[in-house]
Write a protein that binds this ligand. Structure first.
Ligand code: MG
Length: 173
């Protein structure tokens, strides 16, 4: 059985993952409107990944007989001045999410809740990847600078990104 503290903390994390999904969808819509369909695609895939993260946490609460409580999702920004600006915000946001996952992990350890700690291991690894990906996009956009052809090539490449069901959800299917 999950403690109320852990249940509340996971419900807060579900809200944060859905906020992340909304943030990346907003970025996707901005780049759709700005004529960067590949960058828009990258963010729309990211939006689906964040929804999947929320779903993993929801499945976990359900599997432990705890109640998922969906709270209002705060408003997200709607404008980014450039692609690098959006990826810079993405990195900063993912660093915040990493801190939240680490806090959850510490809470699970403090409560000797080893099932929750084990479930979180996948998220700890996922955050390493999320931060690395955002950082590499910033690096690439820095190299591209104001080279329009470079940006066009990156946009073409990002158009190919497809959504892959994360392992914890795939295992459940
Ligand atoms: Mg996430």
């Amino acid at each position: 059985m999950l403690s109320n503290t852990i249940t509340d903390a996971i419900n807060a994390q579900i809200n944060a993952e859905l906020w992340s999904a909304y943030l990346y969808l907003s970025m996707g819509m901005q780049f759709e409107a700005a004529g960067h369909p590949g960058i828009a695609n990258w963010f729309k895939v990211q939006y689906k990944e964040e929804q999947a993260h929320a779903e993993i946490f929801m499945n976990y609460l359900n599997s432990r007989g705890a109640r998922v409580v969906l709270r209002p999702i705060d408003a997200v920004p709607t404008e980014w001045a450039c692609p690098k600006c959006a990826f810079t915000d993405t990195l900063a946001h993912e660093q915040k999410v990493t801190a939240m996952i680490n806090n959850l992990y510490a809470l699970a350890e403090a409560e000797h809740d080893y099932a929750t700690r084990g479930m979180l291991d996948w998220f700890v690894r996922e955050q390493v990847e999320e931060e690395e990906t955002a950082k590499s996009m910033i690096d690439r956009l820095r190299l591209i600078g104001d080279n329009g052809y470079g940006l066009y090539m990156l946009d073409q490449e990002l158009a190919a990104r497809t959504f892959a069901v994360p392992a914890p959800l795939a295992a459940k299917a």
